[in-house]
Design a protein around this ligand. Structure first.
Ligand SMILES: Nc1ncnc2c1ncn2[C@@H]1O[C@H](COP(=O)(O)OP(=O)(O)OP(=O)(O)O)[C@@H](O)[C@H]1O
Length: 290
């Protein structure tokens, strides 16, 4: 059974401090109505949320690859797995079966071999195959606590693997966590769809900057000649991005090394993938600095 004793309560209103908020520079929130809580024990400089209109498009894999690349560039990085009903970050990072500890007041994240701090519901339940049969408010409460009650310490970047879609939990995260920017993930056949537009419009209504779109499973690479083979016509996509005023951060191929991410070290995944992520991540860093 799920251990619901994970609910720690700092019971302290001092968490709303603006001075330690990752949004402090250029924040447009009205202080009276701001629902963001910041824990004074943490010092997180920037928060990147990875979002998608629907599940299964590669959001978790891309969250992990962005975090790994940031780490490789020398930053202190954490990953908050907010996909409570389908947490896949522990598996992708080879952390299956790990259990998070804690003190009376704080939960301690698990660290990967290369020092990325990770929190996921799977670290807190007895058996990771057990389904999480919770109603929306309970799930929203847990993801909020992953922000307020986890001892993240000093982080340059916290990457949030958002739950798929535009539901309750995504809304709670956008209201209570000071997200600096969103990376939208889609697959080419869905990119111009109403589902992606909904996710984009939701982020915009919540006044959160969309850093750009990553088109996943965009092409395959011919094993014989190395040629890029696009499975879908890109014309509509270009038009859609232009109309939505969105930047294409990158296109990722279908690669078996992405689907078996946990079995590879990042460095050995694929040379061209590392190159693609270098461009994506440096673009994100630049945008967040502005
Ligand atoms: N570029 C890719 N090439 C090959 N396989 C991929 C690629 N991107 C993702 N996958 C595979 O597709 C599946 C879904 O990916 P992932 O779990 O990252 O998606 P997700 O959007 O987070 O899904 P969910 O919302 O259901 O958690 C996984 O099995 C993953 O390994």
């Amino acid at each position: 059974m799920v251990n619901v004793n994970i609910i720690f309560d700092l019971g302290d209103d001092s968490m709303g401090e603006c001075s330690i908020c990752p949004l402090s520079k250029g924040c447009s929130k009205d202080k009276e109505n701001c629902m963001v809580k910041n824990n004074p024990l943490n010092n997180v400089k920037k928060i990147i949320a990875v979002m998608s209109g629907k599940g299964g498009v590669g959001k978790s894999s891309i969250s992990v690859l962005i975090a790994k690349h940031l780490k490789q560039l020398g930053y202190n990085v954490g990953i908050l797995d907010a996909d409570i009903t389908g947490p896949s970050v522990p598996r992708l990072l080879g952390l299956r079966g790990k259990r998070a500890g804690g003190t009376e007041e704080m939960m301690l994240p698990i660290k990967t071999f290369d020092g990325i701090k990770v929190m996921s519901l799977n670290f807190l339940i007895e058996n990771e195959d057990d389904p999480v049969i919770w109603r929306g408010p309970m799930i929203s409460g847990v993801v909020e606590q992953f922000w307020t009650d986890v001892l993240w310490g000093d982080l340059d970047y916290l990457v949030i693997d958002m739950p798929p879609g535009t539901g309750d939990v995504a809304l709670t995260l956008m209201q209570s966590v000071p997200i600096n920017g969103i990376v939208m993930v889609s697959v080419p056949q869905d990119l111009v769809s109403m589902i992606v537009s909904k996710a984009i419009n939701m982020a915009r209504k919540m006044n959160i900057n969309i850093l750009g779109v990553i088109e996943n499973m965009s092409y395959i690479i011919c094993p014989d000649c190395g040629k890029k083979i696009k499975l879908f016509n890109g014309e509509n996509i270009d038009k859609f991005l232009k109309e939505m005023n969105l930047k294409l951060l990158g296109e990722l191929p279908m690669l078996s090394s992405i689907s078996n991410l946990s079995e590879y070290s990042y460095e050995s995944v694929n040379e061209s993938l590392e190159w693609i992520f270098d461009l994506i991540v440096k673009n994100i860093i630049k945008d967040l600095e502005v």
